[in-house]
Design a protein around this ligand. Structure first.
Ligand code: COA
Length: 189
């Protein structure tokens, strides 16, 4: 039975019915979890891989993401200043992006007033942002960059750089030749 389910899902992918295949796969996992919960008399929550349940705030007209990119559960994207996410990017769980800020020293109210200062965020193609990273306003993350889990990114990240820590610092680079080879061969995920 398991074999036939997998075969059916493979067929859907081959027929380029990816969304339907994802849905079938998700429903099968929910069903399996339901059975497991009944068996163990407990409540485990299943989170769909690569999908769905994230929050977006601010000016939605300034939000743009390529359809090949993934945002995982629990992310928070504030787009008052504009958030642009390129192709084949993966934002892991609980990533936060702020694209605006408040002025605090030159305003008539504390801790700040209603004025919002836009600070656009751009995430170029093939970027992987690790879980719980925070990306602050005004940052551009270069093509193919990797942001480590839990990092706080406060300034631009060069192409192919690996960044982690708080504040995020460049600690290495991808193998650019390998990256470009895969890019040329269009091997994307
Ligand atoms: C950034 C990352 C890709 C680096 O992976 P890696 O190259 O295999 O790195 P290593 O595990 O070999 O660690 C190398 C060093 O960096 C440190 N390091 C790695 N990731 C770190 C992070 N996120 N924050 C702080 N330090 C980190 C390690 O402690 C290690 O330090 P050491 O050399 O002093 O021992 C990975 O650590 C990471 O953060 N991945 C994101 C995971 C995630 O969010 N997954 C979600 C599923 S999509």
């Amino acid at each position: 039975m398991k074999y036939f389910k997998q075969l059916f899902i493979q067929f859907l992918y081959l027929a380029k019915l990816d969304i339907m295949a994802d849905k079938v796969q998700s429903q099968l996992k929910h069903a399996a979890l339901y059975r497991l919960n009944r068996k163990l008399s407990c409540t485990l929550r299943f989170v769909d891989e690569g999908g769905g349940d994230f929050a977006i705030a601010g000016d939605l007209s300034k939000y743009s993401i390529d359809k090949t990119s993934y945002i995982k559960n629990g992310c928070y994207i504030e787009c008052n200043g504009g958030v642009t996410i390129g192709r084949y990017c993966h934002l892991s769980r609980e990533v936060t992006i702020f694209s605006s800020t408040h002025e605090y020293d030159s305003r008539p109210k504390i801790p700040y007033d209603e004025v919002i200062t836009p600070r656009p965020v751009v995430i170029k193609d093939f970027v992987w942002v690790g879980s719980h990273a925070i990306i602050l306003g005004g940052v551009t993350i270069g093509e193919g960059a990797i942001i480590g889990a839990g990092s706080v990114v406060i300034k631009d990240v060069p192409d192919y750089a690996i960044v982690f820590g708080n504040p995020g610092r460049v600690v290495g680079h991808r193998d650019v030749d390998h990256f470009n080879k895969l890019k040329e061969e269009k091997k994307f995920y």
